[in-house]
Design a protein around this ligand. Sequence first.
Ligand code: NAD
Length: 497
Amino acid sequence: MRQIDHFLAGGSPAASRFGDIMDPNNGGVQAQVALGDRAVLDKAVAAAQAAQPAWAATNPQRRARVMFNFKALVEKHMDELAEMLSREHGKVLADSKGDIQRGLEVVEFCCGIPHVLKGEYTQGAGPGIDVYSMRQPIGIGVGITPFNFPAMIPLWMGAVATSVGNAFILKPSERDPSVPNRLAELFLEAGMPEGIFQVVHGDKEMVDAILDHPAIGAVSFVGSSDIAHYVYNRGVAAGKRVQAMGGAKNHGIVMPDADLDQVVNDLTGAAFGSAGERCMALPVVVPVGDETAERLKAKLIPAIHALKLGISTDPEAHYGPVVTAQHKANVEGWIQKCADEGAELVIDGRGFTLQGHEDGYFVGPTLFDHVTTDMESYKEEIFGPVLQMVRAKDFEEAVALPSKHQYGNGVAIFTRNGHAAREFAARVNVGMVGINVPIPVPVAYHSFGGWKRSAFGDTNQHGMEGVKFWTKVKTITARWPDGSPDGGNAFVIPTMG
Ligand code: NAD
């Protein structure tokens, strides 16, 4: 059986513990991944410590050149990477390419890293005194990533961390670890020194070893909220800089004046694309007013029936299987729960089977209406192809619903009314807002981050926020006196008087 090892400078030690990588299209186990421990991490950290000072001392333009080379290599290997990604994740090939492309856009941002690393300078802050600041790398940083974006999220973190001069160790999801290893190989081929981008695999044991390791200065985590919270608390208690992004339950508000054909098109993609396994999916739709709800529902039902499920390599498929049998059971459990809680089950996706792939982890698209805010199935993230309709009586209620939800990752409003959109964007208590944009994942040179239980810590991913996270600021105050005595009192706190 295919085995995936750690990707360490100097080779990977033999593993004694393995995890199964399932085959979402067909069921069963397709490969095994090494599950590492503190000893494996120590090896990675030692290699990182050996390589990082010279990398940090390499001028930023040369580090940027590695990013340019890497971008070209990933583009050259796009088909191979997408196929590898789809095979383990289950998302369709076009969507895997999107996953890789969104990661590459962060690499493109990092091609300009010399520009963003320029510090600040004040000449003449006092008599003969100049003040300047510089951004220096943390040293060794770690990224712990979820299964649902095995290319994009490692690159959010790893491209920024390394281009500013850190050594980076990636601990990807143990459910789809092949693409992260391949990205590490391509970084080496692009000219990155050994030890600067390494991959350790593992589960909780490895994550705990990372959080407790004294040589690791920063940890960036993306995954579910309870684990994000745990990682944040334990990492901060160990004195690390930590950013930890969590789960989501994004709402799509549909105003009475919205273009409903466009909304249905956007909504089906955002709710069911990638089988709903996106933290920026739209699993809750909020039509404003019963009349809007009825018109929307009438258009939504045939559109959902027209969706095509298929294996991840089927070019006709809108979406593929979910990632594991366990996750399929979870999603189907939530469908049952939502029905038991009294919502109207309009389309039931349970029991879907694909001919020739009867053991694949497929869940058909599911639609609920009359979901209410007291239902557990509304409060919690389902992370599957399930769309819940929560009717709002007016605009105020539509602003309040996502604002009061425990998660605050993304939200979208569909309207032709600029004033309503502007008011909504200003008032809603959520980190990323789309106006007639269903999945408002910010471009690479802005930054990504939710609010409330969708993110712990105060720094977002990529863009300048990412640069801030992976660097520390040093400020230098320099005095070059002209030789005449300054007559100041050395026992008083200096001021620029
Ligand atoms: P997960 O929380 O199960 O796993 C994330 C990482 O944590 C993995 O590397 C995993 O190995 C590790 N991990 C798992 N259990 C652990 C434990 N008990 N202790 C320590 N570490 C542990 O998440 P997932 O299922 O891989 O990904 C889906 C989740 O990620 C969803 O909740 C989704 O909303 C969220 N997500 C959030 C964002 C965001 O930016 N906010 C982006 C993508 C995904």
